[in-house]
Design a protein around this ligand. Structure first.
Ligand code: 5RP
Length: 232
């Protein structure tokens, strides 16, 4: 409950960054959902914006909230992207993908002139890695890809490495909006996130990973009664 209030406070502070006529990337997850609902209220009051959702779930929520959506195929650049995170370190490096939307989230965040992250304070960490790192992989040969990822994690100095296929409650593989699988990598601590990001991207079968490096410009940290705005 406290975390939810903190998420609401972060989302409310992010709404202040939205200006008339903007094109917006709309993130995925519970914190981003608060932002979409608040945006819908502003749209009902007359604000003109258009959004690009980072998942089918966010697309559906945006439609329910009356937020007009753009076809991603027609998007050049976006003014602002607002999204949540699973972990944020002091250099604004992120782990994302807890909601299995990391690929679309990264594509949309990279298309935005301003990537703004909203998170409750439990997401702020000194070092990334306690949250299992999601890696999106092609279903074909995923166990072979998992073995390569395991080696990359171990060679990158991640402690306690384990790579597990994300499954539903019915023990079926979770399938992303792009039709891929997600491997959750228990690292405990990631000593050098940019180096690991590069290493993972070189593995055939890896579509993308949940390390967002050098992308966030603003982080809004929601607390029980307020929100702190951090700028890079
Ligand atoms: C989804 C994400 C989410 O932004 C992340 O999991 C945070 O979620 P929440 O706001 O529900 O804590 O990366 O893929």
């Amino acid at each position: 409950m406290t975390a939810d209030i903190a998420k609401i406070n972060a989302a409310a502070a992010a709404v202040a960054y939205v200006e008339e006529g903007m094109t917006l990337g709309l993130g995925t997850g519970s914190t981003a959902a608060h932002f979409v609902r608040m945006l819908g209220q502003r749209v009902a009051q007359g604000l003109k914006v258009r959004g690009v959702p980072t998942s089918e779930a966010t697309a559906q929520l945006a439609r329910e909230c009356g937020v007009p959506l753009m076809d991603v195929a027609k998007v050049g650049a976006l003014d602002l992207c607002v999204d949540g995170a699973d972990e944020v370190d002091p250099r604004f490096q992120l782990i994302k993908g807890g909601g299995a939307a990391l690929l679309r989230e990264k594509i949309i965040a990279q298309a935005a002139r301003h990537f703004l992250v909203i998170a409750d304070e439990s997401k702020m960490v000194e070092r990334l890695g306690a949250f299992p790192l999601p890696v999106e992989v092609t279903p074909f040969g995923y166990a072979l890809t998992a073995a390569k990822i395991y080696t990359a994690l171990r060679d990158s100095g991640c402690a306690g490495t384990e790579v597990a296929l994300r499954e539903t409650a019915e023990n079926a593989p979770v399938v992303t909006d792009g039709g891929n699988f997600v491997l959750d990598c228990r690292c405990r601590a990631i000593p050098d996130a940019p180096a690991l990001a590069d290493r993972l991207k070189r593995i055939t079968g890896v579509v993308d990973h949940g390390l967002f490096i050098g992308m966030a410009r603003t982080v809004i940290v929601g607390k029980a009664k307020s929100a702190d705005v951090l700028e890079r």
